[in-house]
Structures are given as structure tokens and as C-alpha cells.
Design a binder for this molecule. Structure first.
Ligand code: NAP
Ligand code: MG
Length: 486
């Protein structure tokens, strides 16, 4: 894909708050700047929403809620289909915009357009398949009818790492369920979400159903909303630490919450693994999005019999990846999202080395402009900091193991529990992992788990609830049960 001029892309991006069907400025008239992480240059100024704007957004949500929840499932499905269609027509525009504000290689941004769009398609179908249940109660004298109601006005807070997909993964099921929503995109990457909102506006989503609040002060927008009894739901994707804060803030209102939080996925290569496949998947799951993915493989455990072979091939594979501006052809690793994030990544690498890690590749920032970090491979001990903390960057710690029992113990010895990857030719071992690995998503001999048709989410400190799959829409529905005589 060839990159069009920045101006032709950026001039099409709305930069306001989306409120009651219109693009408006912030109450105080303030703006904040969105930067290109590959060049460190400003891209656009965006309206900086305040607490007052947040309350106005909830007013609009509440006003629109009754009519929206009364629309037919077919009407809501048709709007989502129309949005899917328009997104596909503007595929090149969206891919470029994602690369501008996040920095990932254009081909991966194009992949995000497909993935982000898939939630529109999946939940367009889901809107018309909200099934309930009927049964005779055990005593035989009563029947119960279980139906579903939309939860109500929902606050959707998204991270910067997939600015389209993290938005559609929440907006699509919420709209399909009949909820009105307030979207709070990440400060670092609000542009893609704003451009997607324009699609929702163009296809005719009614005023007030979707409100979007870009802001440089997340707290000042979310706090008044979480305190307002009219808000009924919070769906958050981001770090575990912020998720915990928001859970506390959601407690007084006993809000329904969905939390997609941090991960620390183990990638386990057993002695009977197909090494070619394991290395290819290790490269893909580690380096996708420059390692800035919650489901990225974070910790590599390789059976001692394959360890040297794996390490050599994996390191060669990472060394061969071209680092650069995601708009340039052939680039596989773009910049990290911000200077601060790069400092965090480097600090963890420094600590890992101070704990005895051996650097096999990289291990340092790259000269700018742009927040580039050298793709890094480290040989570590099982108790190294990188086996315990999410690095969220192009850094791969590798360690060897001897027995299944040992590696399962290490893999589960963390508060995180989002994803896990394993390579083995043994079906019994694969099935035992599905019982014993404490994660929400397990991939055996497969380097992926993101799919709109599957329930994405984690256990332990990695979150609550699931996005996508048959489960996803029920995060935005309340079961209501009606008793009738039999
Ligand atoms: P983050 O700092 O937790 O931010 C996520 C969102 O929360 C952003 O919109 C952010 O706004 C907002 N926020 C931050 N502090 C807040 C506060 N005190 N009150 C209200 N909102 C607040 O996470 P991140 O750095 O963007 O993303 C990286 C993390 O997300 C990683 O841990 C990763 O594993 C996780 N993640 C999880 C999934 C999943 O599905 N499980 C998917 C992607 C990412 P600002 O932008 O203004 O800071
Ligand atoms: Mg942050």
C-alpha cells in the first residue's frame, strides 16, 4: 500500500467533541495536540473535553436512550452493516490514519481495519440474535420467561494501542444491544476514533446515541460520569492499575463493569514442538504492534532440548525485521507510542539486565527522531523482572525449562491471566493446558487469538467479562425474568 500525503488524510479528520449529533468545541475552548510517534511532529489539535462536556454528553445519552432502545434489532443491525460498508470503502484512509497517530506498519494498520470492522459485522448479526429462555420452574406451577434489556448509558474508555478495534469492539455490541454510549478515546490516539465516529454520523446513528469526548485529562471526564447515577455501565480497556482505580470509582454506583486489562502471556515451546511453526508464531505474537498488545507473548519458556536452536532462530528472525517509519514499505517494526512509554520499556530492560539477563540482541533505544526502540532478545532466569511485569514493547525474554510441571507453575505464577500460547504435538498435553493454564485464552499451535467471533478476555488481574463472541453483547444487556402461572 502506498502512503497518500499526510494533508489529504488529516484534513478529513474531525477534531471536535461529538455531541448530540454535531461536532462542537470544548466548553473552555481548549485543545490538545496529537503527535506522530515516528517523527515527533504534531499532527492535529483536538478539542479537550472537560467534566462539563462529560455531563452534557450524559444528558444527551439519557435523552436518546428510550427511543434508541425501542428501535428494532433489524434497524440497529442495518446501521452497523452500513458502518461496516463505509469503513471498508475508506480502508486506505483509516489504515494511514492509524499509522500516523500510532506508528505501526501500514500493513498492520490495514489488518486493524479488517479486525476493527469485523466487530461491526459480528454484532450487526448479533443484534438480531439476542436470545432469551423459557422454562417451567421445578415445582411445576410456574413458568419463567427470560428476556434482555439494554443496560443503559455506557461509558467506554479505550487505550491507544488499537485505536480503531478497541473502539469498535465496545461500540458495536453496545449499539447492537440498544445502549447509548459515551466514548473516551486515549489521549495519544483519538484521531481514528473521531474519524470512525464520523462514519456513525453519516450512516444515521441518531443524535445523542454516541457521544465522543477526546480529552487530555481522562479523570476530569470519567469521574463526574462515574458519580452520576444515570450512567449504568463502564467498559474499560487499558492497564490493570487504571482498571483497579476505575473499579473503585464504579463501586458506589454499583455499575456493571467490563475490564480488559494487562496481560503477561507465556509462550511455551515443548520438546515435541514443530520448531519452524513455533519460531514463526513467536515472532508474530511478540512483534505485532511493536509488542504493544495486551495479548502479545511476553515470556518465552523453551524446553531445554530445543532451547539453543529456538534462541538462535528466534533472535535471527527478530534481527532481520526492518525498523522504521510505518509508512515506509517493508518496515515491520515502527516506533513506540510515546517518549514516556519508551522510557518505561527501557527502564524494565535495564532492571532485567541488572538482575542478570544476557543481552542477545538490542537492549537500548534507537536514535530519533521517533520513539524507536531496538528489537531486543534477552536470556533470563525464571524469576527475572521481565517474567513478572508487562513490558509492552519489542522485548523478548527467553528462558529454558525441563518439565511440564515446572513450566506450568512458572506460567501461572503471576496475577495476570489473559492469554497463553503453546507449541506441542501431543494432544493430551494440549488438553491439559486448557484445564491448567490460568488464562482466558489459550492458543495451541496457533499464533493468534483475536477474533470477533471468539470471547476475548482474561482471568485474575487481567479483567472481568469478555468482548466478542456470543458473550460480547451480553456485557451490555440485563437479563429480566418474568414469572407466569403454568
Ligand atoms: P491506561 O493508561 O490504563 O489507559 C487506558 C485508558 O484509560 C486511556 O483512555 C486513558 O486515558 C484512560 N485513563 C488513564 N488513567 C485514567 C484515570 N485515572 N481515570 C480514567 N481514565 C484513565 O493504558 P494504556 O497505557 O493506554 O494501554 C496499555 C495497557 O492496556 C496495557 O496494560 C495493556 O495490556 C492493556 N490493554 C489490554 C487489552 C485487553 O483487551 N485486555 C487491550 C489493549 C490494551 P489517557 O489516554 O488520557 O491516559
Ligand atoms: Mg497510559
Amino acid at each position: 500500500m502506498q502512503a497518500p500525503s499526510p494533508q489529504s488524510i488529516l484534513s478529513e479528520v474531525p477534531t471536535g467533541i461529538f455531541h448530540a449529533g454535531n461536532w462542537v468545541g470544548a466548553t473552555l475552548g481548549n485543545t490538545f495536540t496529537v503527535f506522530d510517534p515516528a517523527t515527533e511532529k504534531p499532527l492535529l489539535e483536538v478539542a479537550d473535553a472537560t467534566g462539563e462536556d462529560a455531563v452534557a454528553a450524559l444528558d444527551a445519552n439519557v435523552e436518546a436512550a428510550a427511543a434508541w432502545s425501542a428501535t428494532s434489532p433489524q434497524e440497529r443491525a442495518d446501521l452497523l452493516w452500513a458502518a461496516w460498508d463505509k469503513l471498508n470503502q475508506q480502508r486506505e484512509f483509516f489504515a494511514n490514519l492509524i499509522t500516523f497517530e500510532l506508528g505501526k506498519p501500514l500493513e498492520q494498520s490495514d489488518g486493524e481495519v479488517t479486525y476493527g470492522g469485523s466487530f461491526l459485522r459480528w454484532f450487526a448479526e448479533g443484534a438480531t440474535h439476542i436470545n432469551g429462555r423459557y422454562n417451567v420452574l421445578p415445582q411445576g406451577n410456574l413458568r419463567s420467561l427470560v428476556t434482555h434489556r439494554p443496560v443503559g448509558p455506557s461509558l467506554l474508555v479505550t487505550p491507544w494501542n488499537f485505536p480503531l478495534a478497541m473502539a469498535t469492539r465496545k461500540i458495536a455490541p453496545a449499539l447492537a444491544a440498544g445502549c447509548t454510549v459515551i466514548v473516551k478515546p486515549a489521549q495519544l490516539t483519538p484521531l481514528t476514533t473521531l474519524a470512525f465516529t464520523k462514519i456513525l454520523q453519516e450512516v444515521g446513528v441518531p443524535a445523542g446515541v454516541v457521544e465522543v469526548l477526546p480529552t487530555s485529562s481522562a479523570k476530569s471526564v470519567t469521574q463526574p460520569l462515574l458519580r452520576d447515577p444515570r450512567l449504568r455501565k463502564l467498559s474499560f480497556t487499558g492497564s490493570t492499575q487504571v482498571g483497579q482505580t476505575l473499579l473503585r470509582e464504579a463501586a458506589p454506583g454499583v455499575l456493571r463493569t467490563s475490564m480488559e486489562l494487562g496481560g503477561l502471556a507465556p509462550f511455551i515451546v515443548f520438546e515435541d514442538a514443530d520448531l519452524d511453526q513455533a519460531v514463526a508464531a513467536a515472532l508474530a505474537t511478540k512483534m505485532r504492534n511493536m509488542g504493544q498488545a495486551c495479548n502479545a507473548s511476553s515470556r518465552f519458556y523453551v524446553h531445554e532440548s530445543l532451547y539453543q536452536d529456538f534462541l538462535e532462530r528466534f533472535t535471527q528472525g527478530i534481527a532481520a525485521m526492518k525498523v522504521g517509519n510505518g509508512r515506509e514499505p517493508g518496515v515491520e517494526v515502527g516506533p513506540l507510542v510515546s517518549a514516556r512509554h519508551r522510557e518505561d520499556v527501557d527502564a524494565l530492560v535495564r532492571q532485567s539486565i541488572s538482575e542478570g539477563a544476557q543481552v542477545r540482541l538490542g537492549g537500548h533505544p534507537l536514535p530519533g527522531p521517533g520513539y524507536f526502540y531496538a528489537p531486543t532478545v534477552l536470556e533470563v532466569a525464571p524469576d527475572n523482572v521481565l517474567m513478572k511485569e508487562e513490558v509492552f514493547g519489542p522485548v523478548a525474554p527467553v528462558c529454558s525449562f525441563q518439565t511440564d510441571e515446572q513450566v506450568l507453575k512458572w506460567a501461572n505464577d503471576t496475577s495476570y491471566g489473559l492469554a497463553g500460547y503453546a507449541y506441542t504435538a501431543n494432544i493430551d498435553r494440549a488438553l491439559s493446558l486448557s484445564r491448567r493454564l490460568e488464562v482466558g485464552m489459550i492458543s495451541v499451535n496457533a499464533g493468534t487469538n483475536s477474533n470477533a467471533a471468539a470471547p476475548f478476555g482474561g482471568v485474575k488481574a487481567s479483567g472481568l467479562g469478555r468482548e466478542g463472541g456470543d458473550e460480547g453483547i451480553f456485557e451490555y444487556l440485563e437479563p429480566v425474568y418474568l414469572t407466569l402461572p403454568n
